[in-house]
Design a protein around this ligand. Structure first.
Ligand code: SAH
Ligand code: SF4
Length: 345
């Protein structure tokens, strides 16, 4: 028996028909999972009892997290999820009125090796399936609903590089935006990527209304290679792909730039960055480094951060500084490890 969450819509309908059921039963199951968040077939009360029984084995492993931590201010919760093969991943729910945002993981671990990122430390363990990505979104939305709110935004900024798992991420976006399913507007979904040019272009083509955020971190090729050692593309190649993306989608791109003290945080870096991205409809989001055990880098001073922002703005580049929530539970950007080391303290 397949896991129902691992079937795309045509495959689910086909599977249900193979059990001798009419195809509308498949549609009912789809809506139960993606509209109501019910992934346990025995709880799909609009199905005949016999079918529920038949489906029992195809039920998804429970979404109950192994562990949940909530920040002291209550704004952020992080769930540690165990996948069917024992891999551990993390999902973060960020409550910031009036929006609730889920930060999804797209891989267990990550191959890109960014020197300042806790996820990068473990290397790539494996790709997540579309079902495993959806399971996180379903969990986050049911938390929001249980608390009387609604999940309004989805960001692929958890563990892993989404564009290095293109097929599954693309399928997850299709399910997230399916009007008969999760029904979220693509404009409320953001894919954050280290910049894999070919897949940036595919994303523009396949999901033109999804927001693109590109983690640049450096204006120059040498510094970029130092900070993001594995990603193959050069800054120029990435910017070319971003230009194509903008042309095709007429959307605005966000550049994420993690500031590391004394490494990439000078006004000179800011001026060179501004020169590089001139002409693009872009916005820069500065992320002061969140230190984690075992990773490189120190948090920049407040003064350097503001100076960097000011320099970019003087050059005409709209620039914000990310408000990081959940640092006390290691739920902020770059702090997800997907293991229990930190929580054992
Ligand atoms: N792999 C994708 C998405 C996940 S990381 C990417 O790199 O874009 C999400 C964001 O967190 C990226 O912008 C990344 O550079 C940033 N990040 C990683 N480690 C960080 C850290 N220690 N402190 C602050 N931001 C970090
Ligand atoms: Fe991977 Fe993104 Fe972390 Fe880099 S910052 S190691 S791309 S998850």
């Amino acid at each position: 028996m397949p896991d129902l969450l691992d079937l795309d819509r045509p495959a689910l309908l086909e599977f249900v028909e193979s059990l001798g059921q009419p195809s509308y039963r498949g549609k009912q199951i789809w809506r139960q999972m993606y509209q109501r968040g019910v992934i346990d077939p025995s709880a799909m009360t609009d199905l005949p009892a016999e079918l529920r029984g038949n489906l029992a084995d195809a039920g998804s492993t429970p979404t109950d997290p192994v562990e949940v931590q909530t920040s002291a201010d209550g704004s952020t919760s992080k769930a540690l999820l165990r996948l069917s093969d024992g891999e551990l991943i993390e999902t973060v729910l960020i409550r910031s009125k009036p929006r609730d945002t889920v930060c999804l993981s797209s891989q267990a671990g990550c191959a890109m090796g960014c020197v300042f990122c806790a996820t990068g430390l473990q290397g790539l363990r494996r790709q997540l399936t579309a079902g495993e990505i959806m399971r996180q979104a379903i969990l986050a939305r049911s938390w929001s609903r249980d608390e009387g709110r609604e999940l309004t935004h989805v960001v692929f900024m958890g563990m892993g590089e989404p564009l290095a798992n293109y097929a599954n991420v693309s399928e997850a976006i299709a399910r997230l935006t399916d009007p008969d399913g999760f029904a979220m507007s693509p404009r409320r979904i953001t894919v954050s990527t280290v910049g894999i040019p070919q897949n940036v272009r595919r994303l523009a083509n396949d999901h033109p209304h999804v927001n693109l955020a590109v983690s640049l971190h450096a204006p120059d090729p040498a510094l970029r290679r130092e900070l993001v050692p594995v990603a193959g593309a050069s800054v120029d190649e990435i910017l070319d792909a971003v230009r194509d993306h903008s042309r095709q989608t007429s959307g605005r791109v966000t550049f994420e730039y993690v500031l590391l003290r004394g490494v990439n945080d000078s006004r000179g870096h800011a001026r060179r960055l501004a020169n590089r991205i001139r002409g693009l409809r872009a916005h820069v989001n500065l992320i002061p480094l969140n230190p984690s055990p075992g990773v490189v880098g120190e948090r920049p001073s407040r003064r350097a951060t503001l100076g960097f922002q000011q320099t970019l703005q003087e050059s005409g580049v709209p620039t914000t500084i990310r408000v990081e929530q959940g640092r006390d539970i290691s739920a902020a950007c770059g702090q997800l490890r997907g293991d229990r080391i930190r929580s054992k303290k």
